[in-house]
Design a protein around this ligand. Sequence first.
Ligand code: AMP
Length: 580
Amino acid sequence: MDYEIIDKPPVDEFAVRPNLDNYVAQRAAFNYPDVIKELDGLPGGGLNIAYEAIDRHLVHGRADKLCWIWEGKDGRVENYTYADASRMSNQFANVLVKLGVAKGDRVFCFMDRVPELYAAVFGTLKAGCVTGPLFSAFGPDAAGDRMADAGARVLVTTPDQRAKLTAMRPNLPALQHVIMVEHGKEPALEAGELSWNALIKDASEVFEIVRTEPEDPAVMHYTSGTTGKSKGAVHVHQAVLGHYATGKYVLDFHEDDIYWCTADPGWVTGTSYGMFAPHTNGMTSVIYEGGFSANKWYETIQKYKVTVWYTAPTAIRLLMKAGDEVPRKYDLSTLRYIMSVGEPLNPEAVVWSNRVLGLPFHDNWWQTETGSIMIANYPWMPIRPGSMGRPMLGIEPGIIDDDGNLKPPGEEGDLAVRPGWPSMFRTYWHNDDMYQSKFRNGWYITGDRGRMDADGYFWFVGRADDVINTAGHLVGPFEVESAMLEHPAVAEAGVIGKPDPVAMEIVKAFVTLKDGYEPSDKLRGELMQFARKKLGPGVAPREIDFLMVLPKTRSGKIMRRLLKARELGLPEGDTSTLEE
Ligand code: AMP
């Protein structure tokens, strides 16, 4: 079904004039390296994301401006100014220096969205270290594999993660310091743990940021591929140019905005757009510690008078499911601009929000590796529901064929981007071969398939690989299969994404059993539990089927494509490599 284009008024009629008000002219004039002129650079030389996001605002008259409005799960509300954010991150940077942590060392966080998480990330950057925030719902295998790969030296975490930590600790020989946080409380410590509060109490509020250069590593986010464990995409301080510019032109930040990004910093959206883009633009950001609830989310918008809102399709579909009456109970009139990322945004969702919230969701596309938004719908731009939009200033995406040649408009191909933008990942940690394999004929290959229409709008078609997108989070089938194989009953496992009306896909596993084990509901339940415990609820399979054999190639590789086709009753395609 074709959806009607959602038109926009001329830019002169906007109550808040978009920063991007002449796409063609601004795109022609834009040059990413020039963005540095709108930032400060470290006093004395160098570039540091934390300085651009926090400290420079103290020099520019924003010391008393609200930086974070934090609401805890229990309803506590706390306000932090830019001066507070600067002081808190300075203190944590001093803590790291005192612990002997050196420039370039990896400092991981594994915790919910409490203020200390934000102070830790910015403090880590100030100390010249590399920050690695992990999603707090990860199980010990998922979190432990990532930290082991990164050689994390410091972990900031909370007591409720202790059981997981105990399980992963033997695999973390590089981990020297575990810092325990319990927001608003003094946690009871166990042997070998340090207290956040005690360390901070002794730390100076003044810190001279360790000089970092534009190409020094700053942030690591792990992302899933088809083969092997997840890979650490490494971003450098220069990425801040991308955070700032996309914040200005795509998120359309203006001085008085109250901004809410619902993503968790365990995923790249939660750092690039939950921390770096808003704060390099001097925004006031709402941080809600709790999870999804339709009423609570609308109430949050009402309570804090949110103007710019950035969320994800699974949440939007849940809001739709909750019904049109729920938003009518709240005053959402402050909202002026709403966006979505992470998965395909179905056109119905755009039409729905336009009808019910009075604003269409603006879809945009990017990924962990790109570090910032590449393709977007902008405030001024008519929306073609279902399209991801048009290229960000300074970004050249293309739809290419197997030889790296551009395909004509309308044809499907690999979605690729011309390398060279500042927030592009610089490597996969300790896996440069994998990084190099992502380039073809001068293009970075994103792993997505898409097409571009004659007017330059990009449309998402699907993933080119077996990676699963569940509720906006990528899950590598290999990671799940490996965990399943650790159960004594499981002989082989094949994992696919099964379409789902809310989460887009759910993780589904097919397993064969070892001799002596019989399929049963009890065993299925036990396997589910086992996987949840190891990987966490967002990664573990939601469905498990028992099979007698798994389809495999003659070289012994499980044919996930075939498992999926059979599950969905689709044609099996080319089965010439199938083992008889
Ligand atoms: P991640 O690296 O975890 O942020 O996931 C990035 C992947 O999510 C992309 O490569 C796409 O497969 C998917 N994705 C992100 N944004 C969109 C979007 N607007 N439309 C369709 N897929 C998206």
